[in-house]
Design a protein around this ligand. Sequence first.
Ligand code: SF4
Length: 116
Amino acid sequence: MKTVNLTCVECPMGCAIEVQLDGESVVSVVGNTCPRGLAYAKNEVVCPMRVLTTTVKSTDGRMVSVKTDNPIKKSNMFSLMQVINGITVTAPVKIGDIIMKNIEGDVNLVATDCLK
Ligand code: SF4
């Protein structure tokens, strides 16, 4: 049996959560004060997920901020950054424009800034 201590990042409360694992199986979760914390803790110990935020280059040398529109596997971030570093966009770009569709599963990379 293994114990993992986490701080829930789903809201500003930052509840301290303790997860008991038997191998890869979650045996118990305590310390969460809502169901979101339970889901966070279970995912975090088995397959941590994060929204990826970064920038991409434009053809004129400027940078545009982007993010995934849903969390992706934390373990895939490095390989996805290599893909993203190879992307070049051309102005104009609007907030919410899809820069790359289905970058991981049905998750898209979208612009969070404008480029005129
Ligand atoms: S367990 Fe619930 S209340 Fe606590 S930090 Fe997570 S989301 Fe917020």
